[in-house]
Design a protein around this ligand. Structure first.
Ligand code: ADP
Ligand code: MG
Length: 702
C-alpha cells in the first residue's frame, strides 16, 4: 500500500469501499482513517447493566435484557411481513420484532438459545417489545483491542449514512476495526513533560478509551486528555499568532499626548470619565507607545460609555499625525456613531466624515480624495470601509464596534490599509463570557469597562403576561405623561416573517387605538422600510416628535435616545437572552428611572421561563452572558457568530473552564520559557505550528 499511516483514504478500510467512502466524505467530511478515528461518540450506554423484563418501563431509552427465545414466528404478508420472537426471563415475557433483515434472523437466531437483546423498549397492548434489537450470544465472547464492551459508544450519523448501514452501530464496527489494525500508528501530540505534569494519558490510550472505555474512570481520563489537547492547541495557535505579530509588526507610535486630546479632555467633554473608562484609555495609551501593533478588545456592557473611549483613542491617533476610522455593523449604527462623535466634539478638534453603502458616487469621490490627502481625520462607516478602493494617507487606528460580526479575516484585511498596520481596537457590547473570549479572541488583549457612569439608576424589569396587558398600557401612559418616550419592540424571525409582520400590524393597530392622535405620535420602523424612511422615522423619535417607537429588532444595537425610559418587549419569550439584554440597554441612558417590560404568553417552556426570570433578576451583562451560554450551549454561539472560529469536538466551554485555564496557562508558560520553541522537548509543538496555516499570511502584509 502507498499509504503507511492514518492518512490513508477511508476507501481502503475493509468494509468501507469507494461508495461508502464517498458518502462519509459528503455527509461528515471524512477523508482518512484519522478523520474517522476522531469521530467521537456523543454518549455511551452502560452495557454492564442488565434489566429484568419486569423492571422495564416505556420511558427508558436503550436497555439490555438477557432472555431465552421461546418461539420464533413469521407473520403477515408483503409490507407487513415480520418476525416476532417471544423472549422471556424469570420475571416475564416480551416480544422482539423485525420488519427487515428477516433472512438474518431466520438463519442466525435459534429457539431455545439465550441472548442479550439491546434496544428501546416500547409498551403496547399490555406487553413490552423491542423493534430491531441487537442480539448477541450470551455469555459475551467478544475480545480485542478494546476488550469487552462495557460502555457502548453511540455515534452521530445521518439519514443517508444510515441507509448505507452506517448507523451508530455500523460506525462503531468500522472504528473498532480501525483501532485493532492501526492503533499503533497513533502518534503522541503532546510533549512528554506536559503529559507528566498534568497526569494525562497518552494519545493512543485516549483514543481507545474514548471509543471503547473499559469503565467510567477510563472514559473520564480519555475525555480529560482529549479536551486538554484540543484547548491546548487552540491556545498555542492563538498565542503564537500574537507573538509573531508583536515580532513582525511595528505599530504606529502614539507617544504625543497633544493639543486635540488635551483640549477635548479639559474643555469639551461634558462629563467626568468613570474610573473604568480612564483605566481602559490608559491601557490603550500604554499599548500604543510600545512600538508594536495593538490588538485590543474592549468589553463593556451597554451604556458603559465605550464611544467616548473610542473617540479619545482616535484623537490620540490624530494628535500623532495619524488618521483613524471606526467601523459599525449597520448603516443606522454608523450614522449614530457619526452623529454622537460630531456632537461630543462640538464640531471642533477633528474633521469627521461618514462613508456607508448609501454614500453616492459623487460624495464617494470627494471622500476618497480627502482621505488620501489627509483632510479627513476620522472616518466612520460600515463594511464599505474595508473596500480596497478606500485608501488613507496614514491610517493609525481602526475601531471596530460590535466585534462578533467581524471575522478574523476581515480584521486582517484592515491591516493592509497602511504600510505599518494600524492599531486595532475592538468594542463589543455583547458581554462575552470569559471562557468564550479566551477561546475565540485569545489573541487579543482584553479591557473591561465594568462600571456604568455615575448617577445611572438600574433599570427595573418586570415580566407581564398577556392577561396583564392593560396594566402595561396604563404604565406607558403614565410615563409619557411625565414627558418620557417608549420603545415597543417585536421579534422578527426570518422563518415566520409573514406571521411576525401580522403580529406587528395587529400590535400597531392596538397601540393606535390606545394612544390616539393627535395627543400621541408613533414612529414605526421595521425591516421592510427603505433606509430613507427608516432614518426619517428614527429621527422623529430622536428629536422627541414622537412618543412611541414601534420597531422590530432593527433598533437592537446602538440607538441612543436618553429621554426614552421604557422598553416594552413583545413576545419576549421568543428572544434570546443576550438579545433581550441588548434591547433593554436602549433605555436607562438618561438620569430618569427606566423600565423594561417583558410581555409574554401565559405558557412558557422552561428555557424561556429561565431567560425571563434572569432578566428580571439581574442587570449584569456578564452574568447574563454566562447563563445564556449555559442555556444555548456554546455550539450555538460559535456556530452563528462568525466563520473562521474554532470548532470544538470534545471540550465544552461551559463545563471545561478549568481545563481551558490549565491549557492556556501551560501555553503562556511555554512561550515565556521558550519563545521560539527551540527546546527539543517542544519539537512536537513546533512541527504542529509549522504544519498549520495560522490564518494570517505574514508575508503578504508587511
Ligand atoms: P455604549 O458603551 O453602550 O456604546 P455609549 O458610549 O453610547 O455606551 O454611552 C452611553 C451614554 O452615556 C451616552 O449618552 C454617553 O454620552 C454617556 N456617557 C458615557 N460616558 C459617560 C460618563 N463617564 N458620564 C456620564 N455619561 C457618560
Ligand atoms: Mg455603543
Amino acid at each position: 500500500m502507498f499509504f503507511s499511516n492514518l492518512e490513508t483514504p477511508l476507501a481502503y478500510l475493509k468494509g468501507v469501499g469507494p461508495k461508502r467512502a464517498e458518502l462519509l466524505q459528503k455527509e461528515l467530511g471524512f477523508f482518512t482513517y484519522e478523520h474517522l478515528l476522531h469521530h467521537y461518540p456523543f454518549r455511551y450506554i452502560d452495557r454492564t447493566r442488565f434489566y429484568k423484563i419486569r423492571e422495564l418501563n416505556p420511558d427508558m431509552p436503550l436497555v439490555q435484557v438477557i432472555g431465552k427465545v421461546v418461539s420464533k414466528e413469521t407473520i403477515g404478508e408483503k409490507q407487513k411481513k415480520r418476525i416476532v420472537i417471544k423472549f422471556e426471563d424469570e420475571t416475564g415475557r416480551m416480544e422482539l420484532v423485525w420488519f427487515q433483515s428477516l433472512k438474518w434472523v431466520e438463519e442466525n437466531i435459534y429457539r431455545g438459545n439465550t441472548y442479550i437483546a439491546f434496544g428501546k423498549p416500547n409498551f403496547f397492548n399490555g406487553s413490552f417489545s423491542i423493534s430491531h434489537p441487537d442480539l448477541e450470544n450470551y455469555p459475551r465472547q467478544q475480545t480485542g483491542v478494546a476488550g469487552n464492551i462495557t460502555l457502548q459508544p453511540i455515534y452521530s450519523s445521518t439519514e443517508k449514512l444510515k441507509k448505507a448501514f452506517l448507523d451508530s452501530k455500523g460506525i462503531q464496527k468500522l472504528i473498532y476495526q480501525l483501532l485493532e489494525l492501526h492503533v499503533n500508528e497513533v502518534r503522541e501530540t503532546l510533549p512528554k513533560y506536559i503529559l507528566e505534569k498534568y497526569k494525562l494519558i497518552s494519545k493512543k490510550e485516549a483514543l481507545i478509551s474514548i471509543h471503547f472505555p473499559s469503565n467510567t474512570n477510563m472514559l473520564q481520563q480519555a475525555e480529560r486528555r482529549l479536551k486538554f489537547e484540543e484547548l491546548f492547541f487552540i491556545q498555542l495557535q492563538l498565542l503564537h499568532n500574537k507573538h509573531l505579530r508583536s515580532l513582525k509588526f511595528k505599530g504606529a507610535l502614539f507617544d504625543n499626548v497633544g493639543e486635540r486630546i488635551n483640549k477635548f479632555y479639559n474643555e469639551v467633554i461634558p462629563f467626568d470619565l468613570t474610573n473604568a473608562q480612564k483605566r481602559v484609555i490608559k491601557e490603550i495609551r500604554i499599548d500604543t507607545q510600545r512600538g508594536t501593533q495593538m490588538n485590543r478588545l474592549v468589553q463593556g456592557d451597554v451604556g458603559s460609555g465605550k464611544t467616548v473611549v473610542a473617540l479619545m483613542s482616535m484623537l490620540l491617533a490624530n494628535d500623532n499625525g495619524y488618521q483613524a476610522c471606526m467601523m459599525a455593523p449597520t448603516e443606522i449604527l454608523a450614522r449614530q456613531h457619526y452623529e454622537s462623535l460630531v456632537g461630543m466634539l462640538n464640531g471642533e478638534l477633528a474633521n469627521v466624515a461618514i462613508l456607508t453603502g448609501t454614500t453616492t458616487k459623487k460624495q464617494r469621490a470627494i471622500l476618497h480624495a480627502q482621505l488620501e490627502n489627509g483632510e479627513i481625520d476620522i472616518l466612520v462607516g460600515t463594511h464599505a470601509l474595508i473596500e480596497d478602493k478606500v485608501k488613507f494617507k496614514n491610517l493609525g487606528l481602526v475601531v471596530i464596534d460590535e466585534q462578533h460580526r467581524f471575522g478574523v479575516e476581515q480584521r486582517a484585511k484592515l491591516w493592509r490599509k497602511n504600510s505599518i498596520p494600524p492599531h486595532i481596537l475592538v468594542m463589543t457590547a455583547t458581554p462575552i463570557p470569559r471562557t468564550l473570549a479566551m477561546t475565540l479572541y485569545g489573541d487579543l488583549d482584553v479591557s473591561v469597562i465594568d462600571e456604568l457612569p455615575a448617577g445611572r439608576k438600574p433599570i427595573e424589569t418586570k415580566h407581564l403576561l398577556e392577561s396583564q396587558r392593560m396594566r402595561m398600557f396604563g404604565f406607558m401612559k403614565q410615563e409619557i405623561a411625565k414627558g418620557r418616550q417608549v420603545y415597543v419592540v417585536y421579534p422578527l424571525i426570518k422563518e415566520s416573517e409573514k406571521l411576525d409582520l401580522l403580529h406587528l400590524e395587529a400590535g400597531i393597530e392596538q397601540l393606535s387605538y390606545q394612544f390616539p392622535l393627535p395627543q400621541y405620535q408613533i414612529s414605526i420602523v421595521h425591516g421592510k422600510l427603505n433606509n430613507v424612511d427608516k432614518q426619517f422615522e428614527m429621527q422623529r423619535f430622536i428629536d422627541g416628535k414622537t412618543q412611541i417607537m414601534v420597531a422590530t429588532t432593527v433598533i437592537e444595537v446602538g440607538v441612543n435616545v436618553p429621554n426614552a425610559s421604557v422598553m416594552v418587549i413583545e413576545n419576549a419569550e421568543r428572544f434570546g437572552l443576550s438579545q433581550l439584554h441588548q434591547l433593554r440597554g436602549r433605555v436607562g441612558r438618561g438620569a430618569e428611572q427606566s423600565f423594561c417590560i417583558l410581555m409574554s404568553g401565559n405558557k412558557l417552556n422552561p428555557t424561556s421561563k429561565k431567560r425571563l426570570e434572569t432578566m428580571v433578576r439581574t442587570n449584569n451583562g456578564f452574568e447574563i452572558s454566562e447563563i445564556d451560554l449555559e442555556l444555548r450551549g456554546p455550539g450555538d454561539i460559535t456556530g452563528t457568530q462568525q466563520s473562521g472560529t474554532v470548532e470544538l469536538k470534545v471540550a465544552d466551554l461551559v463545563k471545561d473552564q478549568v481545563i481551558l485555564k490549565e491549557a492556556r496557562n501551560t501555553v503562556i508558560e511555554i512561550f515565556d520559557l521558550d519563545p521560539n520553541l527551540e527546546n527539543p522537548d517542544n519539537s512536537l509543538l513546533r512541527s504542529f505550528l509549522a504544519k498549520k496555516n495560522t490564518g494570517i499570511s505574514f508575508d503578504k502584509i508587511s
